[in-house]
Design a binder for this molecule. Structure first.
Ligand SMILES: [Zn+2]
Length: 466
């Protein structure tokens, strides 16, 4: 006697989509289905099988869509940038560090809590519209409570860090005070926003470069060890950081961080466009991760094609993930740029095949953030962070090879629907949770007022007749 199996209960069945699972076998299911129950994926498989085995409250016709796990942006400044994107940050003769000190940082530092709340929501909206469901913020938030409150209303998954420096150019006494003040901020943010596996949490994210004292680096690492979270920081986009560390510590930055015990599998460094072979070996030895932001490298003229060692990092087993640095919204263009520059620089058309580009934006990032048990692939038991890409667009055509088409030619505006934690945040390219018109109007006003408060002069590319 055979006993009928009870149907699997689900809230939603997405049926008939091409499902890029990103599972261990990298299976793509041509006529696939995904069942969502609560915040989790209940089942993934052939449509015919799931239609038999799942009893869903609602079924969505997925036939024109390619489904992927949500993408991860592992380095983004979610405040200031979204309100002031069009404002030139620098004068014609400013060096890179002058631009940071005289233009970029004053803009960041002039934000009110309301500015950061709005900016974070704009950033989240842009990410969701391009299929990014999880982000790692870059450690430049000044008003953490307002930022978290704004993010909570968007439904996105993120890890955010309050701005911490702790490098004093003064006496040893002043240095000790600056370090302990910075460490107190790190401890407080982690206690206020603990990482309990929920959508939002605070991590000890450092601005990095040469702005953090050794004590702050060590404290960030210790807090990450103690609380099971991760450290992230900027390092070596160009030669300035290596020069500073060599002059002040006698070692290059990554070697110095290893020597003081600040690196490990729970640490990820952003940029690393200017590291040497010994630093690469230090990354490998310590299990630290690398975050590559192609847009920032190209716009900033980092010299990535000459000095970047990303193919070598990957070859050596260093986990690499991608960030937009807030310069662009879609992470796939970051992968495309990265692939393009190294294929060209190494004259090797086999570098960065399409599947690897998708891995960088999903599985690698999930691993780098320690969230691989929750996100990064479409598999039963993982969080229901799902993106439907609309193939009913001129850029798609028939689906011959979904991963390749998605990685190489799909337009970013093809993202049609997005779920995070089982909640639908985007439908038909429109937010289902935010009042987009009002948010953008408020953000426009706030951006103008913010720049006015800094007193910085607007410099347009060409003369504007008013
Ligand atoms: Zn950055």
């Amino acid at each position: 006697m055979t006993q009928a199996t009870a149907p699997l209960e689900a809230d939603l069945l997405i049926a008939g989509a091409t499902v890029i699972t990103m599972n261990a076998a990298r299976e793509v299911i041509a006529d696939g289905a995904i069942a969502i129950r609560g915040d989790r994926i209940a089942a993934v498989g052939r449509r015919a099988d799931l239609e038999r085995s799942v009893r869903a409250n609602r079924t969505l016709d997925g036939r024109r869509f390619v489904a992927t796990p949500g993408f991860v942006d592992a380095h983004i400044h979610i405040t200031a940038d979204p309100l002031t994107r069009g404002f030139a940050r620098g004068g014609p003769d400013d060096s890179w560090s002058d631009r940071l000190l005289k233009w970029v940082i004053p803009i960041f530092r002039s934000q009110t809590p309301d500015d950061e709340r709005l900016a974070a929501q704009c950033a989240a909206l842009a990410m969701i519209r391009y299929g990014t469901t999880t982000f790692l913020e870059a450690g430049t938030v000044s008003h953490l409570d307002a930022t978290m409150e704004g993010l909570a209303a968007t439904g996105i998954r993120g890890r955010v860090g309050e701005w911490v420096e702790g490098r004093s150019r003064g006496s040893p006494d002043e240095q000790a005070k600056a370090s302990s003040a910075a460490i107190a901020v790190l401890r407080s943010e982690i206690e206020r926003y603990p990482d309990d596996g929920g959508l939002l949490a605070a991590w000890p994210v450092l601005v990095g470069h040469s702005t953090n004292s050794d004590d702050v680096w060590r404290a960030a690492k210790a807090l990450a060890d103690q609380h099971g979270v991760r450290v992230s920081a900027h390092m070596s986009p160009r030669s300035g950081d290596p020069e500073w560390y060599l002059a002040n510590t006698g070692r290059r930055p990554v070697e110095h961080l290893e020597a003081i015990g600040a690196l490990g599998p729970n640490v990820a460094l952003t940029h690393l466009a200017c590291i040497d072979e010994a630093e690469l070996a230090a990354l490998k030895r310590t299990g630290a991760h690398a975050i590559h932001c192609a847009h920032a490298a190209f716009q900033g003229g980092f010299g990535l094609s000459r000095t970047g060692l990303f193919p070598e990092m990957i070859e050596a087993g260093v986990n690499v993930m991608l960030g937009t640095d807030g310069v662009a919204a879609d992470i796939l263009s970051s992968a495309r740029l990265m692939g393009s520059v190294f294929r060209d620089a190494r004259q090797d058309q086999e570098l960065f095949p399409p599947g690897q580009m998708l891995e960088l934006a999903t599985l690698n990032a999930a691993r780098g953030m320690g969230l691989e048990h929750m996100i990064g692939s479409l598999e039963a038991g993982k969080k229901a962070d799902i993106v439907l890409h609309d193939t009913d667009l001129p850029e798609w055509g028939p689906v011959f090879d979904a991963p390749a088409q998605l990685a190489l030619s799909a337009p970013p505006h093809g993202v049609h629907s997005v779920w995070v934690d089982g909640a639908q945040l985007l439908d038909g390219g429109r937010s289902t949770v935010l009042d987009e018109e009002r948010l953008l109007a408020d953000a426009r006003q706030a951006g103008l007022a913010l720049i006015a408060r800094t007193g910085l002069a607007n410099r347009t590319s060409w003369p504007v007749i008013r």
